[in-house]
Ligand binder design. Structure first.
Ligand code: 2HG
Ligand code: ZN
Length: 477
C-alpha cells in the first residue's frame, strides 16, 4: 500500500480524532523531552481502544511502516521518538486511559496503557490501596511507558521496580494480533513468563495496551527527613543505620550533591533549603513509612524513630544538620527539592546524563572516581549527582560549563559517558539502571550485553518481530 492509501485507510479506521497528519500537530510527538532528537513521523495515531490499535498496526505492517509507541513522552534516552526517515508512525496511547477494574481484596488493578502513573496511584488510593511505583515524572509518564521501560524510581528499595508489580498484560503484537494475558494470579506456572519479555522491551516486541498491577495495603504513617552529610561515606553509613533500625520502615533514601541542589534553588520557583546552616556538600532525603498505625501511647511512632535515628547519626558525625517535615506541605517541599533536579537541569541548559547503578556499598567510591574522571575530561563542567542511593542508582549528570556552547558540550557526550561507564564497569554496575537504553545507548549494548546475551535478545526479537517494525533502532543496535 502506498503511503497515501495507508493514511486514507488509517483515517477510515481511526476517524478524525485518531489520526494526526498536520505537521504543526505532529511536532510535539516528534521531539523528546530532552530535545536531543527530532523525528519526522508519517503520522501520529491515537486509537480509542485496543481493537483499533491492533487493526492500525496490521495496516501499517502491510505497508512496511514501523510503529513507535509513545506515552507521556518523558523518555530520557529518546526511546519514544521516531526517526527522521518518514517510515514510522508514532502511536500515542493517550486515549487508552481507563482504569478497567480494581479489586481491593485481590489487591490488583487492571489499567490501560495511557493512564498516567499519578492517575493510577490516585485510583488505587481512592479504593484504600497503594500503587507502590513512584517516579519524578509520574504526572506525565503513563503505565505503558513505565512498564515498557521497567521504571524504577523512589521506592525500589522497598517494593522493587515496575517489573515486580506486573501480574498480567495485554499486548498488540507485530502482526496486529492481540495477546490477552490479563491474568491476576499470584501463582501461575505455565511455561515461559511472556509478560516479563514485554516489560523493559521498550516497545520493540509489541505494544502494551493494558496491565494487571499488584497493589499494596495503604501506608498509615509516613515521615520525611532531610539531612546534610559531610561526605558520601557518611550517607552510606546513615543508610545502613536506617536499615539496621527497621528495614521494613525505610521507603526511600535519596542522595543529592551541592551543585544539583544549587541548580534546583536557582531555577525552580518557591524552593528553599529547609536547614539552618549554609549550603552543605551532600544531602540525603529519608522517608520512613509503614502500614501500621501508631498506638495511643505513641508506640511505633515513625517520626520519633526518625528523630532518634538522626540524633544518633549526628552524634556519630554522619550528619551535620537535619530536619523532619512537620506537615504534609513540608514533606512535599522536601521531595520537590529532589524530584525537580531533572527540570532544573533542563532549564539550566545542556546536560549529559548517566543513569547508572552500582552495588549500594560502592556508591561513595563511584561518586569519587566518576567525578574526578569527568572534571578532568571537561574542566569547568558541573557534576550534578543525585538519585536513588538506597538501591544503588545514581543519576550522574553533567551540566555544560558557562563558557562552552551547548553543541560543543553535547559533542563530548560519548566520551564522557564512556569515562563514567569505565568506573561503573570496574565497580560491577550497569550502564542503564532505570531509564532504559532507548536510542541514546543502543551502541553500548554489544560491549555490555554481548555474546550469548545479545544473541538471545536478537533471537527473541526475530521471533516476535521478524520484519523489524516495532520501535526499530531502539534498545538493540
Ligand atoms: C529522577 O530520578 C529521574 O529524577 C530523572 O529518574 C533523572 O534527570 C535525570 O537524570
Ligand atoms: Zn531516577
Amino acid at each position: 500500500m502506498a503511503e497515501t492509501s495507508l493514511l486514507a485507510a488509517l483515517g477510515g479506521l481511526l476517524g478524525r480524532r485518531g489520526l494526526i497528519t498536520a505537521p504543526a500537530d505532529i511536532a510535539p510527538y516528534a521531539e523528546d523531552w530532552r530535545r536531543l532528537y527530532r523525528g519526522r513521523p508519517l503520522a501520529v495515531l491515537r486509537p480509542a481502544n485496543t481493537e483499533e490499535l491492533a487493526a492500525a498496526v496490521a495496516l501499517c505492517a502491510q505497508s512496511g511502516i514501523a510503529t513507535v509507541p509513545q506515552g507521556g513522552n518523558t523518555s530520557m534516552v529518546g526511546g519514544a521518538t521516531p526517526h527522521e526517515d518518514g517510515r514510522e508512525v508514532v502511536v500515542s496511547l493517550a486515549r487508552l486511559n481507563r482504569v478497567r477494574a480494581l479489586d481491593p481484596v485481590d489487591l490488583t488493578m487492571t489499567v490501560e496503557a495511557g493512564v498516567t502513573l499519578q492517575a493510577a496511584q490516585d485510583a488505587a488510593a481512592e479504593a484504600g490501596t497503594l500503587l507502590t511505583l513512584s517516579i519524578a515524572s509520574e504526572g506525565s509518564a503513563t503505565i505503558g511507558g513505565v512498564l515498557s521501560t521497567n521504571a524504577g524510581g523512589n521506592h525500589t528499595l522497598r517494593y522493587g521496580n515496575a517489573r515486580d508489580l506486573v501480574l498480567g498484560l495485554e499486548v498488540v503484537l507485530a502482526d496486529g494480533q492481540v495477546w490477552n494475558g490479563l491474568r491476576r494470579l499470584r501463582k501461575d506456572n505455565t511455561g515461559y513468563c511472556l509478560r516479563q519479555l514485554f516489560v523493559g522491551a521498550e516497545g520493540t516486541l509489541g505494544i502494551i495496551t493494558a496491565a494487571v498491577l499488584r497493589l499494596a495495603p495503604p501506608l498509615r504513617q509516613r515521615v520525611v527527613g532531610f539531612a546534610a552529610v559531610p561526605h558520601p561515606e557518611a550517607a552510606l553509613a546513615l543508610l545502613n543505620r536506617c536499615q539496621r533500625h527497621d528495614p521494613a520502615a525505610l521507603l526511600a533514601f535519596e542522595y543529592m550533591n551541592q551543585a544539583g541542589m544549587a541548580l534546583v534553588l536557582r531555577h525552580i520557583p518557591d524552593t528553599s533549603l529547609p536547614l539552618a546552616a549554609a549550603a552543605a556538600a551532600h544531602y540525603v532525603l529519608i522517608e520512613l513509612a509503614t502500614a501500621r498505625a501508631r498506638d495511643e501511647n505513641g508506640a511505633g511512632d515513625l517520626a520519633l524513630a526518625l528523630e532518634e535515628l538522626l540524633a544518633a547519626a549526628l552524634a556519630a558525625g554522619e550528619v551535620s544538620d537535619a530536619t523532619i517535615a512537620a506537615t504534609e506541605a513540608q514533606a512535599r517541599a522536601i521531595w520537590r527539592l529532589r524530584e525537580d533536579h531533572a527540570e532544573a537541569q533542563r532549564r539550566a541548559g545542556a546536560s549529559i546524563k548517566n543513569d547508572v547503578s552500582v552495588p549500594v556499598s560502592e556508591v561513595p567510591q563511584f561518586l569519587r572516581e566518576a567525578s574526578s574522571a569527568c572534571t578532568t575530561l571537561v574542566p569547568g563542567c558541573a557534576v550534578i549527582a543525585f538519585g536513588h542511593m538506597g538501591d544503588g542508582n545514581i543519576h550522574f549528570n553533567l551540566q555544560q560549563p558557562d563558557d562552552m556552547a551547548a553543541a560543543d558540550f553535547l559533542a563530548r557526550g560519548h566520551e564522557v559517558m564512556e569515562a563514567v561507564n569505565a568506573v561503573v564497569r570496574r565497580l560491577g554496575g550497569s550502564f542503564s539502571a532505570e531509564h532504559g537504553v532507548g536510542r541514546l545507548k543502543t551502541y553500548m549494548m554489544p560491549a555490555w550485553r554481548g555474546g550469548a546475551e545479545l544473541a538471545m535478545m536478537r533471537a527473541i526479537k526475530a521471533a516476535l518481530d521478524p520484519r523489524g517494525l516495532m520501535n526499530p533502532g531502539k534498545l538493540l543496535p
